[in-house]
Design a protein around this ligand. Structure first.
Ligand code: DOR
Length: 441
């Protein structure tokens, strides 16, 4: 007599921390109940996954969903719809909304708006400022908090701590791993005159590689002095990658699909659509970032999904805002890189589920193991599709990859045992819940 499950996902190749093998996964009460040959077991539903790979649910640890305050660009519902359409099961959302997520009330408001309304699970980064620095130890442990995020260089919104003293004040308070946007604000101010009207190719000239490297060096030094762990978001230069290799004891590293895919040559074709902070740079940097990924320096992939409307993006540079969509295209773009031999499927799993779980101490997610949440990203590694703007569920309805042919595709998004997306259809109601963290339990 076998066990009885709510649902069995059968005949798939399961890719996990222990490699890949054909296995069935039995799910009960939203959790993984058994892994193995479950042919003899009973289930309410059997989902045939022949020819597909089941990966642990992809966690995108950097998205901007714009609610509250900027809902004309995106909201928690539309952003999370884009996430599940692209195979993403949980997101960590950024604090540069209006109001900023810098207080207990603002965080509680986001959690309330998100619960059972977002399509995927969620956590929210809390912005660190000069004003809330004394409250950070409490704020970073509140339900739904992913940790503290600091902008050292200004980007969309008003969050900024540009000086060493301000960053040290934050790092001497926090206990969890804090995340940083690392571009040197002082250098950015000095170089503003290098922006050329209507020419986004001047964006990486203004926000150059030295601004990124200089800031990351300052940040690591401050972290060492304070005995703190840091997470450096969206690394965009070869030099930072070489530097961070020597500082992995304090620093974890995120890279984005756009810095691994696009180069400065693409400004010609895509203009302000690929204007991003930190910028997309020349090929040498793209190769340096891949090298960092190959060498194990990179810990996680984040999409930095940062939607702006096409009308906003069509303003002449530098009036055009920085940011592009990305949460929905992360899985197909990166799995196409897998098929091209640039990384293994196992490394993809490491970067998108095991990595986030390890760095941020996620409770009960991040691997396919009995007792864990039944979060799966189910993909077809042999399916050719073309990404189009029409497919993009984000409110702003565009992607820099419009017209790009990919060789792999997300077929199913399973969250706590429920089918949420299947074959491009939204099949489950919105039931998003806050991700739990061991440090907040
Ligand atoms: O290009 C960017 N856009 N980089 C950021 O850090 C912020 C983001 C946004 O919120 O638009």
């Amino acid at each position: 007599m076998g066990q009885t499950f709510d649902r069995i996902f059968e005949n798939a190749i399961v890719v996990n921390h222990d490699g890949r093998a054909e296995r069935d996964i039995g799910v009960a009460n939203g959790k993984i109940a058994a892994i193995g040959n479950l042919a003899q077991s009973d289930a309410g539903e059997r989902v045939n996954c022949k020819g597909l790979h089941i990966l642990p649910g992809v966690v995108d640890t950097q998205v901007h969903f714009r609610e509250p305050g900027l809902e004309h660009k995106e909201d928690l519902q539309s952003g999370s719809l884009a996430a599940v359409m692209g195979g993403v099961t949980a997101v960590f959302e950024m604090p540069n909304t209006n109001p900023l997520t810098t207080s207990e009330a603002a965080l509680a408001d986001k959690v309330a708006r998100a619960t059972n309304r977002m399509h995927c699970d969620f956590a929210f980064w809390v912005g660190g400022t000069r004003d809330n620095v004394d409250d950070l130890p409490e704020l970073e442990r509140l339900p739904g908090a992913a940790g503290i995020k600091v902008f050292m260089g200004s980007s969309t919104g008003d969050l900024l701590i540009e000086d060493d003293e301000g960053v040290a004040a934050v790092l001497s308070k926090v206990r969890r791993r804090a995340a940083f946007h690392s571009e040197d604000e002082f250098r950015l101010r000095e170089r503003e005159h290098l922006r050329i009207e209507d020419d986004p190719r001047s964006h990486p000239v203004w926000r150059d590689e030295i601004a990124a490297l200089q800031c990351t060096e300052r940040l690591v030094n401050i972290a060492r002095k304070c005995g703190a762990r840091i997470h450096v978001l969206h690394i965009s230069t070869a030099e930072e990658m070489a530097f961070l290799q020597a500082h992995k004891d304090v620093a974890s590293v995120e890279v984005t699909p756009h810095h691994l895919t696009l180069t400065a040559d693409d400004y010609e074709r895509l203009g302000t659509l690929i204007q991003m902070n930190p910028p997309v740079r020349d090929k040498r940097h793209k190769e340096g970032i891949w090298q960092g990924l190959d060498q194990g320096i990179v810990d996680v992939l984040g999409s930095d999904h940062a939607p702006h409307t096409l009308a906003e993006k069509q303003k002449p540079y530098p009036a055009s805002p920085s940011g592009m969509t990305g949460v929905q295209t992360l899985v197909p773009m990166m799995l196409t890189h897998v098929n091209a031999g640039r990384l293994t499927l196992e490394r993809f799993v490491d970067l998108t589920s095991a990595g986030p779980a390890r760095l941020f101490q996620i409770a009960g997610k991040g691997r396919i193991a009995a007792g864990y949440d039944a979060d799966f990203t189910i993909v077809d590694q042999g399916r050719t599709e073309t990404i189009t703007n029409e497919w993009i569920a984000s409110k702003c309805s565009w992607t820099p990859y419009d017209g790009v042919e990919v060789s792999a595709w997300p077929v199913g998004t399973i969250i706590r045992g429920r089918r949420v997306m299947w074959e491009g259809e939204l099949v489950g109601g919105s039931a998003g819940q806050a991700v739990r963290f061991m440090e907040g339990l």
